[in-house]
Design a protein. Structure first.
Length: 216
């Protein structure tokens, strides 16, 4: 039987790919990776060649003749197949809360996404941020503070143990670190916990080896 294949964009830049990768790694699924550089003339064609019936977007998992795409779908799939224990909180309300903040991340924060795209090679502290971006970051740190205050005794992540909610916010950690954005101690410790996840460390090491540069 063929190993599953996860199609990814450039690891230096693709925040959506990072989420899909972390979700599946946390699940314990063993898979191969195919990185398809983004924003090139043949990017869509290369994805379509490998997954003709799916949208030409990454991340995209190919497994046993099936395709699964969109990070929320991949996160739910990873949680369902996990051999590493629950990847959503087990408490009913906490699980609903985790899904709520993950969905908010998935569909919102356009100002932050647009003004501070993920770039794991970026170091640009002191950046002058528009009010809309500051408002997005304020909302995100409010979410983090609420979760870390409520679940601090259960572990260092948003709901204590690492979960899909942390996967959803991992690219934000990268964004805020890249611009040296000041956060309080609670959020700083949370960001470090995500940043130092072994699979995130591996992703960053791979990103630094990439030769593709997107000039934004």
């Amino acid at each position: 039987m063929k190993r599953p294949v996860l199609l990814l964009g450039n690891k230096r830049y693709s925040s959506w790919s990072l989420r899909g990768y972390l979700a599946l790694k946390l699940s314990g699924l063993e898979f191969d990776e195919t990185v398809i550089p983004l924003f090139l003339a043949d990017t869509h064609a290369k994805i379509k060649e490998l997954a003709p019936k799916a949208p030409a977007r990454v991340p995209l998992l190919l497994q046993d003749g099936n395709a699964i795409w969109d990070t929320m779908a991949l996160m739910e799939y990873a949680a369902e197949i996990s051999s590493n224990g629950p990847l959503w909180p087990e408490d009913t309300f906490a699980r609903g809360h985790a899904r709520s903040i993950s969905a908010e991340m998935h569909s919102g924060f356009e100002a932050l996404r647009g003004h501070v795209p993920m770039n794991l090679s970026r170091a640009d502290s002191g950046l002058d941020l528009p009010d809309a971006v500051v408002a997005d970051i304020s909302r995100i740190t409010e979410i983090w503070t609420e979760c870390r205050t409520k679940y601090a005794q259960k572990g260092p992540f948003l709901f204590g143990a690492v979960s899909m909610a942390d996967v959803a916010y991992a690219p934000v950690v990268a964004r805020l670190k890249s611009i040296g954005y000041p956060v309080d101690a609670l959020c700083h410790d949370y960001m470090d916990a995500v940043w130092n996840l072994p699979n995130f460390v591996t992703w960053r090491e791979d990103a630094e080896k990439e030769v593709w540069i997107i000039d934004q």
